[in-house]
Design a protein around this ligand. Structure first.
Ligand SMILES: N[C@@H]1[C@@H](O)[C@H](O)[C@@H](COP(=O)(O)O)O[C@@H]1O
Length: 271
């Protein structure tokens, strides 16, 4: 597990890292690059920067296949709070991606279990996810894997817990009644199967989750801790989200030299 406390905008960092990885991979129709994508407020800057890079011809999504992490159950795809709407509005419609390469769980499928099974099969068929990007909930949830989720879970439907419903109610006029209570989500094991995982965490309200993820014991009650078992997982956070960490933990990660610190240095010249 790697921690990077970035002094840059996390989205700009992540977008430039992803663009570099796509370009290095030289994707083709036969050999596409596969991205796992999140929603939420944290990744918005990343999408904006990826759009900019795409428009400037610095990265193409022509041979990129995407799988979104989650979707609400029972919300129309054109509802402004559905994750379908979010992705098309904030990202897909601005870039050169082939529509056929976009995968988002159908929260209105007649058979939700079959929809989830099909999703796992599709991921396997393209050879797995190269980079799974994510945000994190205040309680350490990943996608909609709530505290208590099996760390061996695959894509499935998930009841949302009260704190997530309350947090999400801000998008539904503050009305808990109107806020979805059920979602489809990739599982923790789906995340673990990705070749690389990058979780972005911004702000004081994510500090507990980041601290648990890095310093805590692995527990299904804080799903992000499962990443401690991942071969190539990065948490990139701002100074506020790092606030609960021990000084010695921060120092340990501060001077590491690797491709993540290289991108951090490269970002000095980007902004
Ligand atoms: N399902 C999403 C998660 O994928 C996201 O990480 C989380 C945090 O969102 P934000 O980035 O807005 O804090 O919100 C929701 O629960």
């Amino acid at each position: 597990m790697r921690l990077l406390i970035s002094k840059h905008n996390l989205g700009i960092w992540a977008a430039n890292y992803v663009a570099k990885k796509i370009n290095d991979f030289k994707p083709s129709k036969e050999k596409p690059f596969v991205l796992g994508l999140p929603t939420g407020s944290t990744p918005l800057d990343m999408y904006n920067e990826l759009i900019r890079l795409n428009k400037e011809g610095k990265v193409s999504f022509k041979h990129v296949v995407t799988f979104n992490m989650d979707e609400y159950v029972g919300l129309a795809e054109d509802h402004p709070e559905s994750y379908h709407y979010y992705m098309h509005h904030n990202f897909f419609r601005h870039i050169d991606i082939n529509k056929k390469n976009i995968n988002i769980l159908d929260g209105n499928a007649k058979d939700l279990d079959a929809e989830c099974e099909k999703y796992e099969e599709k991921i396997a068929k393209v050879g797995g996810i190269h980079i799974q990007l994510g945000g994190v909930g205040e309680d350490g949830h990943l996608a909609f894997n709530e505290p208590g989720s099996s760390l061996a879970s695959k894509t499935r439907s998930k009841d949302l817990n009260l704190s997530t419903i309350i947090a999400n109610s801000r998008f539904f006029g503050g009305d808990i009644e109107k806020t979805p209570k059920l979602a489809l989500t990739i599982g923790i094991d789906t995340v673990m199967q990705a070749k690389e995982v990058i979780v972005m965490a911004k702000g004081f309200n994510k500090a507990q989750a980041v601290c648990q993820a890095i310093e805590g014991a692995v527990s299904s009650m804080c799903p992000i801790t499962a990443l401690q078992y991942h071969k190539k997982a990065l948490i990139i956070c701002d100074e506020h989200a790092a606030y609960e960490l021990k000084f010695k933990t921060i120092k340990y990660f501060e001077n590491m030299q690797d491709e993540y610190s290289e991108m951090e240095n490269a970002c000095d010249y980007l902004v």
